[in-house]
Design a protein around this ligand. Structure first.
Ligand SMILES: [Zn+2]
Length: 306
């Protein structure tokens, strides 16, 4: 996949993924002292080689990287960041909520325990619990043990050739997810918050209304005059407000479906999952389905309470 030059001197560089969508876009923008990389790719030799040859093609030395901005903690977004920092001395930026979560994921077994408990409460069949936990362990191993050099904060502005890039804290997919807004070009670097053909996965943590946060984050974007969305997966696209309207509709429809299934006698989360996806789910898909349903149930509970 070849890098694509966008107006304003920004490059979109697709890098191969080892799971999930086929590739992640990282974006390279000139900044006052060198280059800024928005997201960094999976921590694999293939992604590193692809990035190195893209940089060579563009004519950028890896040592010219000054800033690596991770939109969030997932390994396709920050996996290569530590290696690139070692090569260049670039500063890694991440939101504190994701930096804290990443530290917890790498240094404790809390998230495995949360998943095991969630499957017990969901009445997931015993035979499936082991494979789901094993897949999750594998996924966790891909997260880099990384502490950022600086924290992204809502409202902060990073200097680039596109003009100031304003940080928008958009929790939901991850608690510290951030988008970057280049007002002069109408560019929204949307990370995994807005992706054209996919309904972004909603992160779930017990007792937190991640879906509510996600929907609030969408509302904020509607106030911007966005010309082009530069997502982490898929190709750049336009018409943000049509997309956000469809996303709201999708989640309202899913919540209504879950309530209907409960009224029809679905008596546990596993039952809801089987009725929503009536086919054999691979362990990773089951885990994603579980967190999706739990995020909706938590959101429904909050809405009923308030
Ligand atoms: Zn992600």
């Amino acid at each position: 996949m070849t890098p694509e030059l966008l107006d304003g001197g920004v490059w979109r560089i697709p890098l191969t993924m080892s799971f999930g969508p086929p590739y992640i876009n990282v974006y390279l923008s000139p900044c006052p002292e060198g280059w800024m990389l928005i997201d960094a790719g999976m921590p694999t030799a293939q992604a590193f080689d692809e990035l190195a040859s893209a940089l060579a093609e563009i004519g950028v030395e890896p040592s010219g990287l000054r800033h690596i901005v991770a939109t969030h903690l997932h390994p396709d977004h920050c996996g290569l960041a530590p290696r690139l920092r070692d090569l260049s001395g670039a500063k890694i930026w991440m939101h504190r909520a994701d930096a804290d979560l990443l530290l917890k994921l790498k240094s404790t077994r809390e998230s495995q325990e949360i998943l095991a408990k969630a499957m017990e409460e969901a009445q997931t069949p015993q035979a499936l619990r082991g494979p789901v936990l094993a897949t999750y362990e594998k996924l966790l191993a891909a997260f880099p043990a990384l502490s950022p050099d600086a924290y992204l904060e809502d409202g902060l502005e990073l200097e680039s050739w596109l003009g100031p890039l304003r940080v928008l804290h958009t929790p939901g997919h991850a608690p510290g997810h951030c988008c970057l807004w280049a007002a002069q070009f109408g560019y929204l670097f949307s990370g995994d918050h807005v992706i054209e053909e996919i309904s972004p996965h909603i992160g779930w943590l017990p007792g937190e209304d991640a879906l509510g946060s996600y929907l609030d984050s969408l509302d904020r974007l509607d106030a911007l005059e966005v010309e082009k969305i530069l997502p982490s997966h898929g190709v750049p696209f336009e018409s943000l407000r049509e997309w956000t309207a469809r996303a709201r509709e999708h989640h309202a429809g899913r919540a209504a479906e879950i309530l209907r299934l409960q009224q029809d006698g679905a008596d546990c989360v596993d039952d809801i999952i089987r009725r929503l996806w009536p086919r054999e789910l691979r362990p990773l898909d089951y885990k994603l389905a579980l967190t999706e349903v739990l995020a909706h149930l938590e959101h429904i509970r909050r809405r009923v309470r308030t």
